[in-house]
Write a protein that binds this ligand. Structure first.
Ligand SMILES: Cc1cc2nc3c(=O)[nH]c(=O)nc-3n(C[C@H](O)[C@H](O)[C@H](O)COP(=O)(O)OP(=O)(O)OC[C@H]3O[C@@H](n4cnc5c(N)ncnc54)[C@H](O)[C@@H]3O)c2cc1C
Length: 450
């Protein structure tokens, strides 16, 4: 057995691993499902690199909302593909991500909301989604927990739902094991080997791996992963908070469709006899999340009390904050890696842009398809690559209006050495990579989370 110095391992030049047909970086929901899809598409040896343990980034800490009612055709298609995939998992794998169809309302509070909702619904219906309009009285009947008479109506889809994020990690961990993907946990990606504009392998903290195909993921740490490979990826990271109330009979699932309040960045769903609600502060500066912002939590609770009065008398059973990924236009990144203006043959980048529960499997499938055959039946990825961003990270695409109110300002390089869950709900993670990168962000709409 050859001996290798610690410094050599840090440089990524330890003993070589056997060559792989594909290497996927990042063991979150995007990387995990992508490695599984590559393997089940016929690649013999697929390796998944995870600097920590599977799912210890954003993927185990999410709220689990799966909304197909997106603001763009891309969002709708990715959401619907993922929803159908979740429903197919039990047959396919003998395990599933815990998807529960619950029904989802997007209430309108202004006439401008109503106009936008009808336009959106026409687009969604045109793509085959059975989203329908609820008049205010029907909305009130369907939402007995909400204070009556508040809305001008809402869009609704019965098939939208939520999954259980830790169970999704279990599901892809199982899929990776049974399909024969080699998972290297506690192994950090350290860079790409490139010859004549084409990838020939990766360097890792446990030595190099030769491979003609590499998919880079990383969620909130994606910009740093790209930086290690000399690729500028305008993917950001910012605090996102979730809380779960005490149980109450009024919050029984049959009385509580999932909902979100676009203007306030507030969404909710049933959770274990209580209500889970999540929120993003539009004024939150980009960066890693280390603690619950109790002041903002209380502000959002005030809004929640107005909308769902029963919550005013309820304590919180759990609260947590974690770092969520985002992209400047709130759309996914699916496409070839680009370094110094040149496409790196064989290297691809994938991000769900903060929508990894609702889009993750579809993004994973699409990037696997693009890597293997140049295009994907899931969604047309032609406009979703890195080449849509300028050198400041600004996208030429319009921002998806139905997304969390992510940061608006262009931000300077940030270091995200840890993925930083706060919380009482999940164990701390200890990723190792010391990464940095340019994060740029702007946001047209302050409306809309989940
Ligand atoms: C509190 C919270 C609530 C959320 N709620 C929802 C929701 O309700 N619905 C929804 O759709 N989305 C939600 N999201 C967003 C969703 O969780 C993310 O979009 C998704 O998990 C991203 O998946 P990923 O695989 O890209 O990233 P991650 O799950 O973060 O995985 C990336 C992995 O890459 C690894 N990594 C990083 N650098 C390296 C390296 N150098 N070498 C090797 N490995 C590396 C990390 O350790 C990590 O495990 C939420 C996020 C948060 C934080």
């Amino acid at each position: 057995m050859p001996t290798v110095s610690t410094a050599a391992l840090a440089r990524g030049d330890g003993p070589p691993h056997p060559p792989a047909d594909a290497v996927v970086v990042g063991g979150g929901t995007v990387g995990g499902w992508c490695a599984y899809f590559l393997r089940t598409s016929g690649l013999e040896r697929v390796v998944l690199l995870e600097q920590d343990r599977l799912g210890q980034g954003a993927s185990s800490r999410a709220a689990g909302i799966v909304r197909t009612q997106g603001g763009t055709a891309w969002a709708v298609k990715l959401g619907e593909w993922s929803r159908r995939f979740y429903l197919s998992q039990a047959d396919l794998l003998g395990i599933d991500s815990g998807f529960t169809p619950q029904g989802y309302v997007l209430p309108c509070f202004t006439t401008a909301d109503v106009t936008a909702a009808h336009e959106r619904m026409a687009m969604q219906n045109g793509l085959g989604l059975d989203v329908r309009w609820l008049e205010p009285d029907e909305f009130d009947r369907m939402n007995p927990c909400m204070a009556p008479g508040l809305t001008l109506g809402a869009t609704y889809r019965a098939q939208d739902g939520y999954l259980h994020p830790p169970r999704n990690v279990t599901a892809y961990a199982h899929a990776l094991a049974v399909s024969g993907v080699q998972v290297l946990e506690r192994t950090s990606f350290a860079g790409l080997d490139v010859t004549a504009g084409a990838v020939t392998g990766v360097r890792t903290s446990a030595g190099p791996i030769a491979s003609p195909l590499v998919v880079l993921t990383g969620g909130p740490q994606l910009a740093g992963v790209g930086g290690l490979a000399g690729i500028t990826i305008p993917a950001g990271a910012v605090r996102h908070q979730v809380a779960v109330t005490e149980q109450h009979p009024d919050l029984a699932p049959a009385r509580l469709p999932m909902a979100f309040d676009l203007a306030f960045g507030l969404y909710w769903r049933p959770e274990d006899g209580g209500m889970l609600f999540g929120m993003s502060n539009p004024d939150e500066p980009p960066g890693e999340a280390r603690s619950v912002d109790t002041e903002y939590l209380e502000r959002i609770r005030g809004r929640l009390h107005e909308l769902v009065p029963v919550t005013a008398g309820l304590g919180l059973r759990r609260t947590w904050a974690a770092t969520i990924d985002y992209t400047p236009d709130h759309l996914p990144i699916i496409g070839p890696a680009i370094a110094s203006g040149q496409t790196l043959n064989g290297a691809f980048v994938a991000s769900a842009g903060g929508h990894g529960m609702m889009w993750g499997p579809a993004v994973a499938r699409a990037v696997a398809d693009v890597a293997l055959q140049g295009s994907s039946p899931v969604v047309d990825t032609g406009d979703l690559g890195l080449d849509r961003f300028d050198e400041h990270g600004r996208s030429r695409l319009a921002t998806d209006p139905i997304a969390l109110p992510f940061p608006e300002s262009t931000v300077q390089a940030q270091a995200f050495p840890e993925s930083t869950p706060q919380a009482q709900a999940f164990p701390e993670s200890t990723p190792q990579a010391q990464v940095s990168g340019e994060h740029a962000s702007s946001s047209a709409g302050k409306e809309g989370p989940r």
